[in-house]
Design a protein. Structure first.
Length: 217
């Protein structure tokens, strides 16, 4: 009935609709921000978010970089914004595991009749349930680390964050954190260093962290 921008809908769904307050927001100062350039299909967003709300399954037509076009049955349980594109965290019935799927690569989606099994629901997603404690410090290769401390409001030179294991790799990549154990990446590109790299042990998404190599690999 109405025409909406998919990015705005995703923002509303994840941040709320304003709790009924008439905020009358207006632009007080001029500013710009870099937005994601890919926009998912709104009809797909509607079906997927409906499935999340109902804890039901959807059949999607999906375009994968590795396997091309395919039909998949997914049991989605959360939306993830990695700063570049939107993902859906879901149980994939084909691979029998929880994975992330790019919403904009879904060309169609429809509801699947029937209740999902317990092992397909969010409470069974161990990577989603696990919380990872990160200790980020200014990269040791920086000449003036106090500038980075000021950037992030660090206390005692450390920025502590708690992030779900399923999405911590996205965060480390977006923040350009040097995840190498010997802080060997270029400090001009990586202003932060993950001081305690063993905290990523067993974290599936850790492979996305710049410079990260699992011990023994």
């Amino acid at each position: 009935m109405f025409s909406f921008d998919s990015a705005r809908i995703l923002s509303w769904l994840t941040l709320g609709f304003g709790d009924g307050l008439n905020l009358k927001l207006r632009r007080a100062v001029h500013g710009e921000s870099v937005h994601a350039i890919g926009k998912p299909r709104l009809d797909v967003v509607a079906e997927v978010t409906r499935a999340i709300y109902k804890s039901s399954a959807v059949e999607v037509s999906y375009l994968s970089l590795t396997s091309g076009a395919s039909e998949r049955e997914l049991v989605p349980h959360a939306l993830v914004d990695n700063g570049i594109r939107w993902h859906v965290r879901a149980f994939d019935r084909a691979s029998q595991r929880f994975s992330d799927f790019v919403v904009s690569r879904m060309t169609s989606a429809k509801q699947v009749v029937g209740d999902p099994a317990d092992e397909e629901l969010r409470r069974a997603d161990a990577q989603w349930a696990r919380i990872v404690d990160l200790e980020l410090v200014p990269h040791p290769g920086l000449k003036h680390p106090d500038a980075i401390q000021a950037d992030y409001g660090m206390n005692d030179g450390v920025l502590r964050a708690q992030i779900r294991a399923a999405v911590v790799g996205y965060a480390l990549r977006r923040w350009q954190v040097d995840c190498s154990s010997d802080h060997s990446l270029d400090p001009n590109e990586h202003h932060l260093w993950l001081r305690d790299t063993p905290t990523l042990y067993g974290v599936e998404s850790a492979a996305m962290g710049p410079g990260y190599r699992q011990q023994g690999a």
